[in-house]
Design a protein around this ligand. Structure first.
Ligand code: FAD
Ligand code: 2HG
Ligand code: ZN
Length: 456
């Protein structure tokens, strides 16, 4: 064992410094199976003091570190591709407090989203962030990536839920912002800055999140629609009827067909439609009837399945997309996560298929996403290794033509470094680089993630 690993073992206990290939296998490959690395060790500290001590030791030794939570990220940001040490947060898994009066949750960064949701629900409250990876994704992970997810249309991004964080800097100093109030205007918003920093500025060890009161009455609809314009008209009809959108998701025929086939589900519609919309809405006790009535006011709607409450059955058609796609592609799918202004989504989707089809005849695009936020998940299946970058390039170029973002919610990670110039100007990148250098002058935290030195 090297002197550094011996020092780390003394901090966290020898059982929590893992080096054997079979013990670290799950930490060196990402969820998609595309990114595989190797590591000096996976180190599992149990509290902030241990995280700080581990980082201080790595700093003295010049050892690069990759922070890792649930390892569900989709841009390769949690994988040690160059042999970095992995700092796993999974033992920071204590829910410290749910304050029903202040509507806050204080917890370790390694608590899973599902566990935090459950703790909030025990007090009749909601986390306000929800995503299909909830059973593995951690609070530190959703903060570090500023995760979006299906509830963002109502409650905003994770950043809007973060009241405070405790985080250890690369040299082991600890930042604590821990005022359980939405009103706190003393200086720069450091929790906001760490949110979405993808493990490059600090290791988040504890989080203080604001909770929300859940809607009492909800209904879920899965409706076939002829266009994205109709999907947006449906959104507007829901609002005009006095209902609130809890979620608004778009599916395409290709995605829905694949999910039905692979999951053995009955197709929800008698007639095929190019798109489908899954909406969950809230309102008064008669929400389901009001929603049914609102549906009749929209042209371009085909079949619709409507159920009271949160319908796990209807949600399954949407939430099983990611796993079904992973199981259906002959190569790891190219996973892009773009945003396009709402008025251009129809045209973007209409042009994307032919554009890819012309240049990459074997590629199969499947799109879906959080359409009311303009967020489209473009997954391209069966792409050969030498075509991956060209596929990404073609999609991002189209996105920029419509004034959209190359990363709506998953972040830049390793996967999108070379395209960051398509979304951030040289001055903007220089400002971000200066912040990073100020907090981590030796460049030890996730050094290969979120690079600002593109020449584009
Ligand atoms: P990891 O994957 O372990 O890490 C992600 C990044 O955060 C890495 O850069 C890592 O270094 C950094 N990091 C992790 N923990 C810390 C910490 N404590 N301190 C500092 N840095 C840290 N994402 C969405 O935005 N919306 C979705 O709807 C969504 N749905 C998904 C559905 C599925 C089925 C899957 C597999 C993924 C989905 N994701 C989604 C992506 C992923 O779940 C999120 O990015 C999630 O926030 C990652 O959390 P994690 O704990 O797994 O982080
Ligand atoms: C979702 O919305 C996630 O389900 C994953 O962000 C998207 O698999 C994807 O491309
Ligand atoms: Zn998403």
């Amino acid at each position: 064992m090297s002197p550094l690993l011996e020092e780390l073992a003394a901090i966290v206990g020898p059982a929590h410094v893992l080096t054997a290939p079979e013990l670290v296998a799950g930490q060196v490959t990402d969820w998609t199976g595309y990114w595989t690395g190797h590591t000096t060790a996976v180190v599992r500290p149990a509290d902030t003091a241990q995280v700080a001590a581990v980082l201080a030791a790595c700093h003295r030794a010049g050892q690069p570190v990759v922070p890792q939570g649930g390892n569900t990220g989709l841009v390769g940001g949690s994988i040690p591709l160059e042999g970095e040490l992995v700092l796993s947060t999974l033992r920071l898994n204590r829910i410290e407090q749910v304050d029903p009066l202040g509507r806050t949750l204080a917890a370790g960064a390694g608590v899973t989203v599902a566990a935090a949701q459950q703790a909030a629900a025990e007090h009749g409250l909601l986390l306000g962030t929800d995503l299909a990876s909830r059973d593995s994704a951690t609070l530190g992970g959703i903060v570090a990536t500023n995760a979006g997810g299906v509830a963002m249309v109502k409650y905003g991004s994770t950043r809007s839920r973060v009241l405070g964080v405790e985080a250890a800097l690369a040299d082991g100093r600890v930042l604590t912002r821990w005022i359980p109030l939405v009103k706190d205007n003393i200086g720069y918003d450091l929790p906001g800055l760490l949110t979405g920093s993808e493990g490059t500025l600090a290791v988040i060890t504890r989080v203080l999140l604001r909770l929300v009161v859940p809607a009492r009455h909800t209904a879920t609809v899965l409706a076939g629609v002829d266009s994205v314009v109709t999907a947006l008209a449906l959104r507007d009809a829901v609002n005009r009827a006095g209902l609130t959108l809890e979620a608004a998701e778009l599916l395409t025929a290709a995605g829905l067909d694949l999910v039905c086939t692979r999951q053995g589900l009955r197709h929800p519609f008698s007639e095929p439609t190019p798109y489908a919309v899954l909406m969950e809405v809230s309102g008064p006790a008669e929400v389901a009837e009001i929603l049914a009535e609102a549906l009749t006011s929209v042209d371009g709607l085909a079949d619709a399945a409507l159920e009271e409450g949160h319908s796990a059955r209807l949600w399954h058609y949407r939430e099983s997309h990611t796993e079904t796609i992973a199981a259906s592609s002959s190569t790891p799918a190219v996973k892009l996560d773009v945003a396009v202004p709402l008025g251009h989504q129809e045209e973007f989707l209409g042009r994307l298929g032919p554009l890819l089809g012309e240049r990459f005849p074997t590629a199969r695009p499947i799109c879906f996403g959080h359409f009311a936020d303009g967020n489209i998940h473009v997954n391209v299946l069966d792409v050969s290794a030498d075509e991956r970058d060209a596929v990404s390039d073609a999609v991002f170029t189209l996105v920029r033509r419509y004034g959209g973002s190359i990363s709506a919610e998953h972040g830049i990670g390793r996967a999108k470094n070379r395209w960051i110039g398509l979304g951030r100007s040289p001055a903007d990148r220089a400002a971000m680089a200066a912040i990073r250098t100020a907090l981590d002058p030796a460049g030890l935290l996730n050094p290969a993630v979120l690079r600002f030195d593109t020449d584009r």
